[in-house]
Design a protein around this ligand. Structure first.
Ligand SMILES: [Zn+2]
Length: 120
């Protein structure tokens, strides 16, 4: 599980962009089923929905951006946006935390979930 970590907003942005591409690919795929009007319509519809979904995700990023906290990354000295208690720097992928008790600990996504901390 050596998944490369990046900041949450960057992750969502990547997701929205890939959704947009997938939507176009699906719609383009529908062209190959020109003889089957129903299949083509289905492709177009699914592709269209993916593009709509990506628009919604982009809108969601906009909403999330208003809730982020701007911090100056101690590693690269750039101003980055943080979402939640822990996040990763958008520029150098350095894990950042607002909670002093978590400082120095390994980055863990579950620190953001209140339910997880209650269970322990
Ligand atoms: Zn940084």
């Amino acid at each position: 599980m050596a998944k490369k970590k990046s900041s949450k907003i960057n992750n969502i942005r990547t997701f929205a962009l890939s959704l947009l591409f997938i939507g176009f690919i699906i719609m383009y795929g529908g062209v190959f089923f020109r003889e089957h009007k129903i299949v083509m319509t289905l492709f177009m519809l699914v592709g269209f929905l993916a593009i709509i979904g990506s628009t919604v995700v982009y809108f969601w990023i906009g909403m999330l951006s208003t809730k982020t906290i701007q911090v100056v990354c101690p590693t690269c000295n750039k101003t980055t946006k943080m979402l939640g208690k822990v996040d990763i720097c958008m520029y150098c992928n350095e894990p950042l935390t607002l909670d002093a008790s978590l400082e120095g600990k390994e980055f863990d996504e579950k620190y953001n979930s209140k339910r997880e901390t209650k269970r322990t």
